[in-house]
Design a protein. Structure first.
Length: 458
């Protein structure tokens, strides 16, 4: 087919070159944005008298019909078209004749593609925001359910201090709240319209960029036309935000995998989100969590890919930039799927309170509380730490726990210790004493849940 851009060249392009050049296979997902953007452009051209009002109305009507026909299936995207912008314009011109050829006045595919991409990603950000919210809400509910379930908290994957499962889960809710913030920041910087930057230098026509921007829901316009067609920061920022969010999901996945292992047995994942083994009948594999952890790698790859495409590109548009889309689309698709799977799986997660408590009882995780008790009796913390450490050493040697040491044994180590020591090192008491802001006590976790839910309801 004759190219809309065949200007100075005479010979036909090679089939191989056409295939290589084509982006319709992936940019057709921006059809709706492309058509909506063109409708606003036609309206602006009409309002400014660059084309007549009748012509503008015809263009808008024609574009609406294309949108409807694509939705109903009456019109199919031609996989041989060069890209979505060319496809829409070609269909429009085939349907309307010469009027169709006026649509591309005072714009270029360079500002057009930047516009479509921004609009598409804006919709994606909104979808990702809703899914992130859903998952954070699910996590808050689970945290509420298990706000008093005592488990070992870890550092270096060594049992450290008692926490509640609700407290641990709320740590993930906090991460998701930051993810939401990043998505919103990204949306705010993205939401400026590049249309009207044209090829790179602006235009001689008396356009109204603000009008187009407003019609398309933008907060303003890109102020420098060279930057407007060259900038892909919004796509990078989204990829970066998603890479971070996936890292959060991956860390959660890693814990779910560990906790559901036979060694931990802290949780049981719902049957609907686990798989069996084709050979080992006893297995219940946490495939979903593993896949989320695995897919995190591809989202990192999408970010690195785009950074690398853009590095070293001279201003303004270069065809390299056609490579900006697939990775970002993939990052969005992947993150959306992972968020949905997590939000589907977690409500059915069951915590084994008994196993968690048992693990918490075995690792001397109340040694800090013993030291704090000694401080309350008048020892400076460093000395208290030494006594507590020596007692743990004794327990390990003799196969005892801090709870089973006799008062005599305690007093041999430090005469200040009284019978009230047992109440102080009781795990439930250890948790309940941590009432500091953000701490692990039920009351502190309740506050965290309340704050998170409030943040989510805005
Ligand atoms: N398909 C192209 C892309 O995705 C559209 C922009 C083409 N612009 C150009 N000057 N050839 O980047």
């Amino acid at each position: 087919m004759a190219k809309l851009w065949a200007g100075r060249t005479e010979a036909e392009t090679a089939q191989l070159a056409d295939d290589f050049n084509s982006s319709i296979a992936f940019d057709s997902r921006m059809a709706k944005q492309d058509i909506t953007g063109s409708m606003a452009h036609a309206a602006m051209l009409g309002a400014q008298g660059i084309i007549t009002g009748t012509e503008a109305a015809q263009l808008i009507d024609g574009l609406q019909t294309i949108l409807d026909d694509l939705a109903s299936g009456a019109l199919q995207i031609d996989p041989k078209a060069e890209d979505i912008h060319m496809f829409v314009e070609q269909v429009l011109t085939a349907r309307l004749g010469d009027v169709g050829k006026k649509l591309h006045t005072a714009r270029s595919r360079n500002d057009q593609v930047a516009l479509d991409f921004r609009m598409y990603l804006r919709d994606e950000i909104d979808a990702l925001t809703a899914l992130t919210r859903d998952l954070a809400a699910v996590i808050c509910d689970k945290a509420e359910e298990y706000k008093d379930a005592i488990m070992p908290g870890y550092t270096h994957l060594q049992r450290a201090q008692p926490v509640t499962f609700g407290h641990q889960l709320m740590a993930y809710a906090m991460m998701l709240l930051r993810d939401l913030g990043r998505l919103q920041d990204c949306r705010r910087r993205l939401n400026l319209s590049p249309i009207g930057c044209c090829a790179l230098a602006g235009t001689t026509y008396d356009t109204d960029r603000a009008m187009e921007a407003e019609r398309l829901g933008f907060d303003g316009i890109c102020l420098n036309s060279i930057d407007g067609v060259s900038d892909r920061d919004f796509a990078l920022e989204l990829c970066a935000a998603l890479a971070i969010e996936m890292m959060h999901l991956s860390r959660l996945s890693e814990e779910l995998i560990l906790w559901s292992s036979w060694e931990f047995q802290f949780i049981e994942l719902p049957d609907a989100y686990t798989t069996g083994s084709s050979i080992m009948p006893q297995k219940k594999n946490p495939d979903m969590a593993e896949l989320v952890r695995g897919k995190t790698g591809r989202v990192y790859g999408d970010l690195m890919g785009l950074l690398t495409v853009l590095k070293g590109l001279p201003l303004a548009y270069n065809k390299d930039m056609q490579e900006d889309k697939e990775g970002v689309f993939d990052a969005c698709d992947t993150a959306k799927m992972c968020l949905s799977v997590m939000a589907g799986m977690l409500p059915g997660m069951r915590a084994r309170r008994d196993k968690m408590l048992k693990a918490a009882s075995e690792g001397f995780i109340n040694a800090t509380d013993l030291a704090d008790y000694l401080v309350s009796k008048g020892l400076p913390f460093r000395s208290a730490y030494k006594v507590s450490g020596a007692l743990v050493g004794k327990c390990i040697k003799e196969g005892k726990t801090l709870e089973t040491l006799s008062l005599t044994e305690y007093q041999q180590a430090e005469p200040l210790i009284g019978a009230d020591v047992y109440a102080h090192i009781d795990l439930k008491a250890c948790v309940e004493k941590r009432v500091s802001e953000g701490g692990t006590s039920v009351q502190s976790v309740e506050k965290q849940i309340k704050a998170a839910r409030e943040a989510l309801s805005i």
